[in-house]
Write a protein that binds this ligand. Structure first.
Ligand code: C5P
Length: 408
């Protein structure tokens, strides 16, 4: 996906073993459509060579304020000014403890810190991805610096947790390249859902027949996962309740895994008590076996087949849409309809039956398992088509639509 098309980023590397991840990040940024200008400190050059970063970014790397090369065709030999002027953001990854302390004090004795100090505050945001040993990260000096950098308007990303190069385990690792990419893509999305807690359900449910067999459906969960990601990008706090799917959790999203419709209802009912938006994208099984067997049902050779009887599952969405919070306007509910034909008629009927202000229709066989989809939004005023596009693009459009409705 060309999520960063048209963006120009300055990628700064300060010294730390996480420099190896910056190589992967650089490649990911370029693949996402950004142009990347790399600036490295001398310490960074101890960990990874400018040759590597030049090959990955496709541009000469700068590392000295005395570099006589002309960075921007301006001819004034001032790389610390020229490199940042047309940037959409400066991203320092890794940002070492030392580099953050330098930023904090306005230090400027190397090209990267000099360039950060000289950036136009109103137009060139500075994003830093800390990377250090857990004791360094936990040290009050570092935490004080992080607090002050944030107060100064610098975007300090979270750190990862786990094994560290030094052999210790804890907080302070730099985020992985794919996580940093997700953060940067999100950074440029409008924060239309800031302050909201968005609850999303996704995927199929699994209704057990016995301990080894069950009934499920072809929902892949991709649409719901894309919505969770888009809501997170839009600045919301997001909880994703997922049926059995093998999709990775979108960065920054809280995930609760469930199996059956009853499990899903328990989780959703509870979380809906604190949510402000509920988007019900899960394909909840309509029925479940009335009495799942405790032991595996055995084939006995007689040719007899087990008789299965079903009971209807509770309608989770209709229940939440009828809750006190939803009726008082504190929880905005959005339903989905996967149909095979007559989408508008079915979606309108379903909107009324579920009691939701917005119903999103799609054609089941055209969405289940696919990476793209087409949506039909049905509300009290009528309907609007969102033409075929990737699920993430559609999810961002849906999030924008919901935000506009909430703002009214
Ligand atoms: O009734 P139908 O399954 O077509 O409705 C689809 C919508 O209702 C989806 O938003 C789905 O998540 C939700 N649903 C539910 N509980 C059910 C069945 C569907 O919340 N038992």
């Amino acid at each position: 996906m060309n999520d960063l098309a048209g963006k120009h980023l300055v990628l700064g590397l300060s010294g730390g073993i996480a420099c190896y991840k910056a190589a992967e990040l650089c490649r990911a940024l370029v693949k996402a459509g950004a142009t990347v200008q790399v600036v490295m400190t001398d310490a960074a050059c101890q960990f990874i060579t400018p040759v590597t970063m030049q090959a990955l970014s496709g541009r000469p790397v700068f590392s000295s304020q005395w570099d006589p090369r002309d960075a921007a065709g301006v001819g004034n030999n001032m790389a610390h000014i020229n490199l940042s002027r047309d940037a959409d953001a400066i991203v320092v990854a890794p940002a070492s403890a030392d580099f953050m302390s330098k930023l904090l004090h306005g230090g400027a004795d190397d090209l990267l810190s000099l360039m950060c100090l000289a950036r136009p505050l109103d137009t060139v945001p500075l994003i830093v991805a800390p990377a250090m040993n857990r004791e360094m990260w936990a040290n009050p000096a570092t935490q004080r610096n992080v607090g002050q950098l944030k107060a100064d308007g610098i975007h300090v990303l979270a750190v990862g947790q786990g094994d560290q190069a030094c052999g210790e385990v804890g907080d302070g690792r730099m985020l992985e390249a794919d996580e940093l990419l997700a953060e940067l893509v999100a950074f440029f999305q409008p924060k239309v859902l800031a302050g909201h807690h968005v609850l999303v359900s996704a995927g199929p449910t699994y209704e057990a027949i016995d301990p080894v067999r069950g009934i499920t459906n072809l929902s892949s969960g991709k649409m719901g996962f894309a919505i969770a990601r888009a809501a997170r990008e839009a600045g919301a706090d997001v909880t994703l309740v997922a049926g059995p799917v093998a999709l990775p959790t979108p960065h920054g999203v809280r995930r609760v895994d469930v199996k059956s419709a009853q499990n899903m209802k328990l989780a959703l009912d509870e979380i809906a008590l604190s949510a402000t938006v509920f988007i019900s994208a899960a394909a909840v099984a309509d029925w479940r076996p009335a009495a799942p067997a405790t032991h595996k049902i055995k084939k006995d050779g007689s040719g007899d087949v087990p008789a299965l009887t079903f009971v209807e599952n509770p309608d989770i969405l209709a229940g939440i849409a009828a809750s006190e919070r939803a009726r008082q306007g504190m929880l905005y509910c959005v339903g989905f309809a996967a149909e095979s034909h007559d989408l508008l008629t079915h979606a309108q009927a379903k909107r009324a039956r579920k009691g939701v202000p917005l119903l999103v229709g799609n054609i089941g066989p055209a969405t289940f398992g696919h990476d793209d989809n087409a949506l039909l939004l049905v509300d009290e005023h009528g309907s609007r088509e969102l033409p075929r596009a990737s699920k993430l693009v559609l999810a961002r459009q849906l999030v924008a639509e919901i935000a506009a409705k909430l703002a009214n």
